[in-house]
Design a protein around this ligand. Structure first.
Ligand code: PMP
Length: 360
């Protein structure tokens, strides 16, 4: 840190993204919940055609893209804000709706960026422990003052809440904002986008990074009442008016015109998840019920750090978190069938090594 860095950031601990090794080809990469599939070929062709005019700024309103998102989710275009990844939508929500009077409320085990956004915006926050089985109980939030952030499905657990529970929370106090982060919703959970037409205090954030194979393009969006979208636009125009570049915007439009491709890929991931979960359970692993493109696993036979380290040595990258409550767990992204077969083979080898060491 330089001596010039503002003291307002002296306690800020930056978010640590998963490893993106430069020698990527050496690894089976199951650590950042990316899609193993390329973006829609139809979208790539469309974007190549559309992005010849890069000497001009992109459309600050991202109108065509916004309309395409609105059509996809059957909402009005003024209920949509396109953002630079859903991280930007989440940060805008922290900027707009958290402060000393409205602290941020979120689970103790959830997306690691939430406390960073809170710190960055000098907003107090309270973490609310998940239950013993890592499930979230909305009653723990009802009656508390503050702006609620819930990842549904949650990360890194993969556990999802039904829409009826989210609705119960949203309507329990229509004077406070609830933000539902649906980054992983397309892999088997229920979306609450339709509730944004009924409740003025609900914001739903989604992304093109996971089910739509476009993490590198950085595209997300928020869906909410038009008044909330107007607030978020005020924040956007005060930070980065051209937040979506022309190439990404064209890709987004192309991707949304090829929903069959997205659906097919999601189904493949769900199938590969089942294959992986079954194989791990056969080896005695605990696997939380996942509605996401990753699973959260632990074993009595090997601790989480060791499993992560040995897998890395064997060329498979997964994610391990050092936080006490989950330090014995690893999060494994679901990739192609081939990647998951390699992962399972390596896990078997590691367990066999651990077993033979125990026997000595
Ligand atoms: N929410 C959750 C729960 C996530 O895990 C991620 C991915 N790191 C995001 C939001 C942000 O994704 P992106 O900015 O790529 O849309």
């Amino acid at each position: 840190m330089s001596r010039f860095f503002s003291s307002k950031y002296s306690n800020l601990e930056a978010y640590v993204p998963g490893e993106q090794p430069s020698d990527m080809d050496r690894y089976v990469k199951l650590n950042t919940n990316e899609s193993p599939f390329p973006p829609s070929p139809k979208a790539l062709r469309y974007a190549a055609e559309k992005t010849r005019v890069l000497n001009l700024y992109s459309d600050p309103q991202s109108q065509v893209l916004t309309q395409a998102i609105a059509r996809t989710y059957d909402v009005e275009p003024d209920m949509v804000l396109a953002t630079n990844g859903s991280d930007e939508a989440l940060n805008f929500a922290f900027m707009a709706y958290t402060d000393k009077e409205n602290p941020a409320l979120f689970a103790d085990i959830t997306y690691g960026f939430y406390p960073v956004f809170a710190e960055l915006n000098a907003s107090p926050y309270e973490t609310i422990p998940l239950r013993e089985d890592f499930s979230l109980c909305v009653d723990d939030y009802i009656g508390k003052r503050g702006t609620v952030f819930i990842a549904n499905p949650n990360a890194p657990t993969g556990v999802a809440l039904p829409v009826s529970e989210i609705e119960r929370l949203v309507k329990s106090d229509e004077n406070r904002i609830v933000v539902i982060d649906e980054a992983y919703v397309d892999f088997g959970a229920q979306s609450c986008v339709s509730l944004t037409k009924k409740y003025k205090n609900l914001i739903v954030c989604q992304t093109f990074s996971k089910s739509r194979s476009f993490a590198g393009g950085r595209l997300g969006y928020a869906i909410a009442s038009k008044e909330i979208i107007a607030d978020l636009n005020t924040i956007k125009y005060s930070t980065n008016p051209y937040n979506i570049n022309s190439m990404t915007s064209a890709m987004g439009i192309g991707i949304l015109s090829d929903e069959a491709y997205t659906k097919e890929n999601c189904n493949a991931i769900i199938e590969n998840r089942k294959y992986t979960v079954d194989a791990l359970k056969n080896m005695g692993f605990k696997v939380l019920p996942s509605c996401a493109n990753f699973i959260f696993i632990s074993s009595d036979k090997i601790d989480g750090t060791k499993l992560y380290t040995r897998l890395k040595e064997k060329g498979v990258l997964v994610r391990h978190f050092t936080k006490d409550r989950i330090s014995n767990w690893c999060r494994v992204s679901i990739g192609s069938r081939k990647s998951m077969e390699i992962f399972i083979t390596k896990v078997k080898e590691i367990l066999a090594e651990a077993g033979s060491k125990e026997a000595i």
